[in-house]
Design a protein around this ligand. Structure first.
Ligand SMILES: Nc1ncnc2c1ncn2[C@@H]1O[C@H](COP(=O)(O)OP(=O)(O)OP(=O)(O)O)[C@@H](O)[C@H]1O
Ligand SMILES: [Mg+2]
Length: 360
């Protein structure tokens, strides 16, 4: 096996990465780390994290939590600032590096760099701009559309055969626009999702069954479920539509006779999403949907959760915008990684709690 220059690997990691000791002092930093805190490796050595990110910083707090629990933690959507008072939103990933609880790896993933991960923050902004347009469209298109379709029916009554055909065509096309408006109207509903207990495996099974009865009839599904998962919190019907959309996309990307979709569920206690200030939600339910399709085209990968982004001739580009909207309204996260072959969507969702103690 060829020798790997780990020093080189360490410095080519495109995100700031630090190794911290049990006293929260920096003992290593890569090139990106030097840039983010404007300090050379030599100078950062032995200094406390708080010197660079502030003593009350969420960075320090999160490393402290990892030390206490001695287990990995990923915190999404946190706002941090460096000593030069530049603040930015990022994801923190912290892993203990040894059993003795003495060294930790801290990776800071600024959101602007997070090209492969479409964070809920962008999804929330998208959701807001789409919301206004959706309610406008629903009102402004539905009424004239009803008029057009009514007029076409009246015309058809006294028309000859050729014209009846044309009037029918108007009827069919107005119906198609109506369906599109219905699909789009979902975005005008800005209420948070209903929070009921539901079993994620039941919902996944329903999505597989309904897909297999239609567009996924030739696809081989593999289920790798963790049977001990607790109930999820949210609206099972909406989540069913989420999975149906993801499965439909997967099927459209794979070769029908060789199509495989793997669905894995697991419990990952080390994932949190910061809602605002120091309020965060734990998102331990992890659902991965992996296909062996042609992958997402590179030119749209950063925008797939935006509405009207599609690589398909007849695609509306509303499927994943809907998915993102629903997952966000459940307080969850969705991420996507893609390659050729294969695409993986990872959803992280909250569990159901009897009281309103979902948030900590
Ligand atoms: N599993 C996947 N494999 C490959 N490409 C995908 C996958 N999922 C999504 N995509 C890409 O993301 C784009 C956006 O998906 P989205 O579901 O939002 O719209 P669409 O499928 O094109 O249209 P619609 O869902 O409205 O029929 C797709 O056009 C496709 O290029
Ligand atoms: Mg789709």
């Amino acid at each position: 096996m060829p020798m790997i220059d780990f020093n080189h690997v360490w410095n080519t990691i495109p995100f700031p990465a630090f190794i911290i000791n049990s006293e929260f002092k920096i003992i290593e930093g890569n090139s990106s780390a030097e840039q983010i805190i404007h300090t050379s490796r030599k100078q950062m050595f032995g200094k406390e994290l708080g010197v660079f990110f502030g003593i009350n910083s969420v960075v320090l707090e999160t490393v402290k939590q990892v030390r206490q629990q001695n287990s990995s933690l990923s915190q999404y959507g946190v706002e941090i600032s460096t000593i030069d008072r530049v603040s930015f939103e990022c994801n923190l990933h912290i892993n203990p590096l040894d059993k003795n609880n003495e060294k930790y790896l801290l990776i800071i993933q600024p959101n602007s760099f997070a090209q492969k991960i479409n964070q809920s923050s962008t999804q929330r902004t998208t959701a807001r701009s789409v919301t206004a347009m959706a309610s406008m469209l629903a009102h402004e298109i539905r009424n004239p559309l009803a008029g057009i379709s009514g007029a076409a029916q009246l015309l058809a009554m006294n028309a000859n055969d050729d014209d009846v055909e044309l009037a029918d065509m108007i009827g069919q096309e107005t119906k198609r626009i109506g369906t599109l408006v219905d699909r789009f109207e979902v975005f005008s509903d800005i209420r948070p999702a209903l929070r009921d207990a539901y079993n994620i495996h039941d919902v996944l099974d329903r999505a597989i069954r309904s897909s297999s009865a239609g567009f996924a009839s030739t696809i081989k599904f593999t289920k790798q479920y963790d049977p001990s998962l607790p109930d999820a919190s949210g609206d099972a019907d909406q989540m069913l539509q989420v999975f149906q959309n993801i499965l439909k996309n997967a099927c459209e990307a794979i070769q029908k006779d060789r199509g495989k979709i793997v669905i894995c569920t697991s419990y990952n206690s080390g994932v949190r999403y910061t809602i605002s200030g120091n309020q965060s939600e734990i998102l331990p339910l992890q659902i991965e949907i992996i296909d062996n399709g042609k992958g997402i085209p590179g030119n749209i990968i950063d925008e797939i959760f935006e509405p009207f982004v599609s690589s398909k001739v007849n695609g509306t580009g509303l499927g994943l915008a809907f998915v993102s909207k629903i997952v966000t309204s459940h307080g969850g996260l969705i991420e996507c990684t893609t390659d050729h072959p294969g695409t993986k969507f990872t959803l992280r969702l909250p569990i159901w709690k009897k009281s309103a103690e979902d948030r900590i």
